[in-house]
Structures are given as structure tokens and as C-alpha cells.
Design a protein around this ligand. Structure first.
Ligand code: CO
Length: 184
């Protein structure tokens, strides 16, 4: 099932998402639907709050970015109840976009490495460190579970310049190829 994507201005994007319980009913369908929605909207990552579900889960498939880095081929994972333990390394800028903020892209600085604990779709525990674009996508999606958006991490001046564009998005006045749900 393909969900509509909630866009900027939706209160759920600003809420801290709740943990998932092991064996929770409908979890495998949720994982499946998140992947399906992500593929339908040409994203490389999608977090549950972006489809109106305030739960701590996001999915990633970075394969479409394999031209940037061949290690991204087959980097497909579900992260359940993730917890970032540490972020290390020098900050570097990367041009980010977000399905919830269509048509806007900005350079965002984040630390190079992320150490994270999470459970996969079978509720197996993992503790791993990621770097490069893998880390970048994880950091972006993780922020969604905390109610944080990438535009929170750009300079106040740049954000000011985006104000009218953001206002249009929150009113649904934006041209997108996928189904969106705008506030009100
Ligand atoms: Co996003």
C-alpha cells in the first residue's frame, strides 16, 4: 500500500515518535508499505512520521545513488527503534532533499560517522558504525523520528529566503509526482 506523504507544516513531522514493541501487529506490513511508498516517490529513505505514523522506524534503499558511491548498491535496510550512540568525524556538507519538503534542496553539514543501535524487520539487534552517504541518509531519517527537519540545520538567512516556498508547500501548492497530504 502506498501512503500519501505528509508535507512541511504537518504537526506530526514535529513530534517525537514512539518506540515499536517486538511482535507488534502489522509491523511487517508497515515495513513493506514504507518501502513501497519510498519507491513510488523516488526517495532513498523514508521515516514513518512522514506518512503520518508516529513510530520509531525508517527504511533506506540507497541503490539509486550507486553512481555517487558503489558501496551504496544494495544498501537496503529497515531501522526499528534506532538509537544514535555517537556521531564523530569532521562535519561535511551534502546537498539534501526530503520527500516532505518537495522542490527544496540545501547543503547541510553533519558529522562524517554515525554509531547506531537498531533492530531490523525481524527484530534482530544490530550495533554498527556507518560513514559517507550511508551515514548521511541515516542521520537525515533519524532526525524525522525526533521531529527534526533538514531545514532546521541551515543558516537563519537561508531559511528566511525559503519562507514563501515553505508556506506554499504547507498549503499544498507544490508540483510533485507522488501523493501528498498537506495540513488542513
Ligand atoms: Co526527510
Amino acid at each position: 500500500m502506498i501512503y500519501p506523504v505528509y508535507v512541511f507544516g504537518s504537526p506530526i513531522l514535529r513530534k517525537k515518535a514512539k518506540e515499536i514493541e517486538e511482535g507488534e501487529e502489522g509491523l511487517s506490513e508497515l515495513v513493506e508499505n514504507l518501502f513501497e511508498t519510498m519507491y513510488a516517490s523516488d526517495g532513498v529513505g523514508l521515516a514513518a512520521p512522514q506518512v503520518g505514523i508516529s513510530k520509531r522506524i525508517f527504511v533506506i534503499d540507497a541503490s539509486p545513488m550507486k553512481e555517487d558511491d558503489e558501496a551504496l548498491e544494495g544498501f537496503k535496510k529497515a531501522f526499528i527503534n534506532p538509537y544514535i550512540i555517537d556521531q564523530t568525524g569532521e562535519k561535511w556538507p551534502f546537498n539534501e532533499g526530503c520527500l516532505s519538503i518537495p522542490t527544496i534542496r540545501e547543503d547541510v553539514e553533519r558529522p562524517a560517522e554515525v554509531e547506531i543501535e537498531y533492530y531490523d524487520e525481524n527484530f534482530n539487534y544490530h550495533h554498527e558504525t556507518f560513514s559517507g552517504i550511508k551515514a548521511r541518509i541515516i542521520q537525515h531519517e533519524y532526525d524525522h523520528l525526533e521531529g527534526v527537519l533538514f531545514i532546521d540545520k541551515i543558516s537563519p538567512l537561508k531559511k528566511k529566503l525559503l519562507k514563501s516556498k515553505l508556506m506554499s508547500i504547507s498549503k499544498g501548492k507544490v508540483d510533485v509526482e507522488y501523493k501528498i497530504k498537506f495540513p488542513g
